[in-house]
Design a protein around this ligand. Structure first.
Ligand SMILES: C[S@@+](CC[C@H](N)C(=O)[O-])C[C@H]1O[C@@H](n2cnc3c(N)ncnc32)[C@H](O)[C@@H]1O
Length: 217
């Protein structure tokens, strides 16, 4: 299921007010949510200009709530303070409001088989001209892993997000899923990554989660 389909499935019915955190420079998901009839505001320091977008970090977002839902795709692992972010989201949501998250767990990429599979897929992608992004591609696995760890030590993993970001919400949905195909690789690898996860050959590094604020009692 595509990211947009997942998000639209768990949003409350439109019309409703949605905040997206970390929409990226393109805003694909923002436009998909707007096209489905929602009023949406998307914040990201690299957001482009336009009425839907605010080119600021979420920490500087001061527009009044409430919002019926908050959506974040692959931005929460970058956020500096997860607990303050959770508090800010709780303050902005209506009672019963949803927090819809697409994320991945850096700790699972430390699994040997998963890391080796990803490393070799990047080399295969480079050989076929399908490598995305500008991350360095070293010839030796050990060198790549050392430099990846040095460059990505500050990212939050699943355990931290679960404990600090997701804790105030009642869980409505959770699943592990493929992610690495999206990590500077190619959409066409998703079925292979999924099959290897199902066979237990590599770890599922991606997850989707939906939390809900308790309505007033
Ligand atoms: C990996 S990209 C994901 C972009 C897009 N949501 C996607 O799914 O492809 C992470 C995004 O989070 C944004 N981001 C990082 N820290 C942020 C913050 N404090 N507030 C808002 N956005 C942030 C980055 O600028 C970047 O565009």
């Amino acid at each position: 299921m595509s990211l947009a389909t997942f998000v639209l499935r768990y949003l409350p019915p439109s019309p409703a007010r949605v905040l997206e955190i970390g929409c990226g420079p393109v805003g694909d998901l923002t436009y998909a949510i707007a096209a489905a009839g929602y009023e949406i505001v998307a914040v990201d320091p690299v957001a482009h200009a336009g009425p839907l977008f605010r080119p600021i970090p979420f920490e500087d977002f001061t527009e009044p709530g409430p919002f019926d839902a908050v959506v974040a795709s692959l931005s929460m692992h970058h956020i500096t303070d997860l607990t303050r972010t959770a508090d800010h989201i709780v303050d902005l949501l209506v009672p019963g409001g949803r927090f819809i998250v697409e994320e991945w767990d850096r700790e699972r990429l430390l699994d040997e088989a998963t890391a080796r599979w990803y490393f070799h897929q990047r080399h295969a992608a480079a050989a076929t001209g399908l490598l995305a992004g500008d991350a360095p591609l070293t010839p030796r696995f050990e060198d790549w892993r050392r430099s990846w760890l040095a460059d990505h030590g500050d990212l939050h993993g699943y355990a931290a997000m679960r404990a600090q970001l997701m804790a105030p919400f009642r869980e409505r949905f959770f699943t592990w899923r493929p992610y690495l195909y999206r990590y500077d690789l190619h959409e066409s690898l998703e079925p292979l990554e999924r099959a290897l996860i199902e066979e237990g050959a590599i770890q599922a590094t991606g997850f989707r989660w939906v939390g809900e604020l308790d309505p007033p009692s």
